[in-house]
Design a protein around this ligand. Structure first.
Ligand code: NI
Ligand code: MN
Length: 226
């Protein structure tokens, strides 16, 4: 069984067997997780899709206490190395082998600067293959034809797709992305964190559900795959 826990925004925690993967661990300034106890977040791997603070989040403190290996692009890893945490740089098309699967990065149409404005490399989406399933986390991205190719090459059991608009795809774009990905299931992310990305849940269902089953996961709750 694969368990995918949603902590709001793009913050997702995947567990399969003994392998635990945190993606974009944004807890401290996340309005959805004001009470978060970082010490309870114990991943083996942390994936950072891009340098924006709502994605880089609490990567450093979580990596310090969990000794997780952080996977991200070259520029982000270069910066994180100074914090003396375990890091490995990958780039688009780069594949990293994990127990019972692999992690591979794809292009995202988005920026990736650090909070001080310095260069954070390219923004990325990520595919996680684990125990025979493919989970695609789109990170922050606009709608691009990239999704067509990814959908052609991979069977995507679960796609985590931003729907909040403004900085990323909105619900209509997300529906097209889900279609191009041939996503078997969709969990909407990157919405309702702030007013700029406010979306009605009924609107997500109206636009995306005709394309693929949509699972709106409540904060701290999990979606499971057999
Ligand atoms: Ni961003
Ligand atoms: Mn973001």
């Amino acid at each position: 069984m694969i368990k995918v826990t949603y902590y709001g925004h793009s913050n997702v925690f995947i567990e399969s067997g003994d392998t635990r993967i945190s993606i974009d661990p944004f807890f401290s300034d996340n309005p959805f997780t004001p009470q978060a106890d970082l010490k309870t977040i114990m991943p083996d791997y942390i994936i950072v899709t891009h340098a924006h603070s709502d994605h880089l989040g609490d990567t450093v403190p979580i990596a310090k206490h969990s000794h997780a290996l952080v996977l991200s692009n070259f520029e982000i890893i270069n910066r994180l190395k100074k914090s003396k945490i375990n890091c490995h740089a990958l780039y688009i098309s780069g594949t990293f082998v994990i127990p019972h699967g692999w992690i591979k990065f794809f292009p995202a149409a988005h920026g990736s600067s650090f909070e001080d404005g310095s260069y954070g490399g390219l923004a990325m989406s990520v595919m996680i293959n684990i125990d025979g399933k493919n989970i695609f986390h789109a990170g922050d991205t606009g709608l691009t034809c990239e999704f067509k190719g990814i959908g052609e090459l991979y069977t995507i059991d679960l796609a985590l797709i931003p729907v909040g608009g403004n900085y990323t795809m909105d619900t209509r774009d997300a529906a097209i992305a889900a279609k191009w990905l041939h996503a078997q299931n969709v969990i909407p992310i990157h919405f309702n964190t702030w007013d700029t990305i406010r979306v009605n849940e009924s609107q997500i269902l109206e636009h995306v559900n005709p394309v693929a089953p949509v699972h709106i996961v409540k904060i701290g709750n999990s979606y499971t795959m057999e």
